[in-house]
Design a protein around this ligand. Structure first.
Ligand SMILES: [Fe+2]
Length: 256
């Protein structure tokens, strides 16, 4: 059976003799190990019960289109969209921070030129979104969205504001820890990861059902950024590093 590399996935070409044409048989990406991603239904996270499948999942093999695209070029991103502190005429309120890291695949290799998107609340814990009715001020100088491409070594970097904690009505006195939402495409649809980055030492983490919906302790720890002295800019901003691993045993847990 001949095979060839196509992107990062290996594809075997098989002949379907009875149909008379060639059809690629796809060796898909590895599936996550049990416990390393959030449970679909996690009773302490109330809304997960409404959207979780009620029947056993059906195994669907990855198809060619899922493992080979989409790809994003430099024309897909605005060069300054990595800096969420310079999207308006004035400076946003709050503590400036640098968030940077690498996107890696399941074998620890860097994933270059891949789209990384973030969205977050402002320093007061309020999203610029019609459904966010938290009684906290909006910031006219902060939209809370950014995106960038990783470089040739899989590195990304954002300049932003440390997001505020905010209440949600999951249970009595429920507060989300400070977090930044991430979407990372990787080389294909099958590797797209949507997750949340947390901050080290946050006292709300033990009380947060979303953070704790990932059963595996080591996997949960991969959601917490590290304070990063090396990327801290004197008299300007503290640095945090957050590496993201797509699929495989060391994968960053995916938000369900
Ligand atoms: Fe959020």
């Amino acid at each position: 059976m001949p095979s060839e590399d196509f992107g990062r996935a290996k594809i075997a070409i098989v002949h379907l003799k009875n149909k008379g044409f060639e059809m690629p048989q796809v060796a898909g990406y590895r599936r996550p190990a049990p416990g390393t991603h959030p449970e679909n239904a996690f009773p302490l996270y109330a809304s997960s019960l409404k959207r979780a499948p009620s029947k056993p999942l059906v195994y669907m093999p990855h198809t060619l289109s899922e493992i080979t695209g989409p790809t994003f070029g430099k024309e897909s991103v605005h060069a300054k969209s990595f800096d969420l502190t310079h999207q308006h005429s004035g400076d946003p309120l709050g503590e400036r921070i640098i968030v940077s890291g690498r996107v890696l695949d399941e074998d620890g290799k860097s994933v270059p030129n891949t789209l990384v998107e973030i969205w977050q609340a402002n320093a007061a814990g309020r999203y610029l979104h019609s459904r966010d009715q938290h009684h906290a001020p909006l910031d006219p100088n902060f939209t809370g969205c950014g995106h960038t491409l990783t470089d040739a070594e899989g590195r990304y970097r954002f300049i932003t504001i440390r997001p505020g904690e905010y209440p949600w009505r999951n249970h009595y006195n429920a507060w989300r820890p400070a977090h930044i939402h991430f979407s990372v495409f990787g080389p294909a649809f099958a590797t797209r990861l949507v997750t949340q980055m947390y901050f080290p030492g946050d006292p709300l983490l033990p009380f947060d059902p979303i953070f704790n919906s990932t059963a595996d302790e080591h996997a949960r720890q991969r959601l917490i950024s590290l304070f990063d002295w090396a990327t801290t800019i004197p008299e300007h901003a503290l640095g945090y590093s957050f590496d993201i691993v797509l699929n495989g045993r060391e994968a960053t847990p995916m938000e369900n």
